[in-house]
Design a protein around this ligand. Structure first.
Ligand code: PGA
Length: 259
């Protein structure tokens, strides 16, 4: 983590949780945060929860008096229209979301989302006043073939919208093979890809903005590996899936960002 970039710890609940689970998890996190703030004062990191769309409203309501923000897990490319089952960026903004994840590998795989679609979604997010968390990452076969840098650079170039800057863009590096598997790249491997992402961002949005843009690592982040990963110079936070479903584990990951 470089000075000047405030860590962002984002929880991606994916398609998990009913009303009561969501409220309980948010309340537990809120209490952990309030206890820490009472002991240490304002916390030096940002916390974001991305619940399923059905729970965004109630989680936001539960966290109303805290600095923890809420975000969506996906949005449509259009602001409104005949798109049954979809949610637009302006609808998320209307629920007081601050961020939306786009291009998660599960969306890219399950819904055949190309870089062009991800870029259009990120563009819609920015137009609606949200910060887009654009996910990139190679598959295991691509890594084994030595193609990680090529794949990640291509996804960054193809998925970042025009007009992106350090305020409306976050990039998340999530190796597909590390998601939900308990496997992670080594710390030097993570740093190498994050540095590459920042260099490609500099080409797209200018060096000054790239230097201020937060790049998160995601893929099997847990309390036991968070400190090492979050201490890397170009890692500015984490996108946490499974461990974000346990409030204490998510909190421990966040606390590790300042350890
Ligand atoms: P994981 O998921 O932490 O369960 O590996 C991360 C993600 O997919 O965002």
């Amino acid at each position: 983590m470089a000075q000047g970039r405030r860590p962002l710890i984002a929880g991606n609940w994916k398609m998990n949780g009913l009303w009561d689970d969501g409220v309980e998890r948010a309340e537990t996190l809120m209490r952990l945060m309030q206890d820490a703030e009472a002991a240490q004062g304002p916390l030096p990191f940002d916390l974001l929860l991305c619940p399923p769309a059905t729970l965004i409203g109630v989680v936001h309501f539960t966290l109303a008096n805290t600095s923890i923000t809420v975000g969506g897990q996906d949005c449509h490319t259009k602001a409104s229209g005949a798109h049954t089952g979809d949610v637009s960026a302006s609808m998320l903004k209307d629920l007081d979301c601050t961020h939306v994840i786009v291009g998660h590998s599960e969306r890219r795989a399950d819904h055949a989302e190309s870089d062009a679609v991800v870029e259009a979604k990120a563009q819609a997010a920015v137009a609606a006043g949200l910060c887009a968390i654009v996910c990139v990452g190679e598959t295991e076969a691509q890594r084994d073939a030595g193609r990680t840098a090529e794949i990640v650079a291509r996804q960054v170039k193809g998925s970042i919208p025009t007009g992106a800057n350090s305020q409306n863009l976050v990039v998340a590096y999530e190796p597909v093979w590390a998601i939900g598997t308990g496997k992670t790249p080594t710390a030097p491997e993570v740093q190498e890809v994050h540095a590459l992402i920042r260099a490609r961002l500099a080409d797209l949005i200018g060096a000054a903005e790239a230097a201020k843009t937060r790049i998160l690592y995601g893929g099997s982040v847990k309390p036991s590996n968070a400190k090492e990963l979050l201490a890397l110079p170009d890692v500015d936070g984490a996108l946490v899936g499974g461990a974000s479903l346990v409030a204490g584990d998510f909190w421990a990951i966040a606390a590790a960002s300042t350890a």
